[in-house]
Design a protein around this ligand. Sequence first.
Ligand code: ZN
Length: 98
Amino acid sequence: MSNQIYCLNPDCLHPNPDNFQYCEKCGSKLLLTERYIPRSILGQGGFGRTFLATDQYKPSQPYCVIKQFLPQAQGTDTIEKASQLFAQEAQRLEELGK
Ligand SMILES: [Zn+2]
């Protein structure tokens, strides 16, 4: 497991050294909601990208997954629909818990 911190900026994705607060390349904030640290890219598809992350807030800093919404499709209706599906998925995942 590397100690890099991946930049969440979709146009950057620069791997930063551990303990950095801001991306050394684009200046974006590296922690998601002051809590989740993106450690590596797990995959990407039509709806977005997933990162393996660690949860800074808990003492054991457990692993978690960040799903980022980045629809490839064009058109307001399609984006709207994709956004709804993404929100539904987030809700289901929360219900599933672990
Ligand atoms: Zn960056």
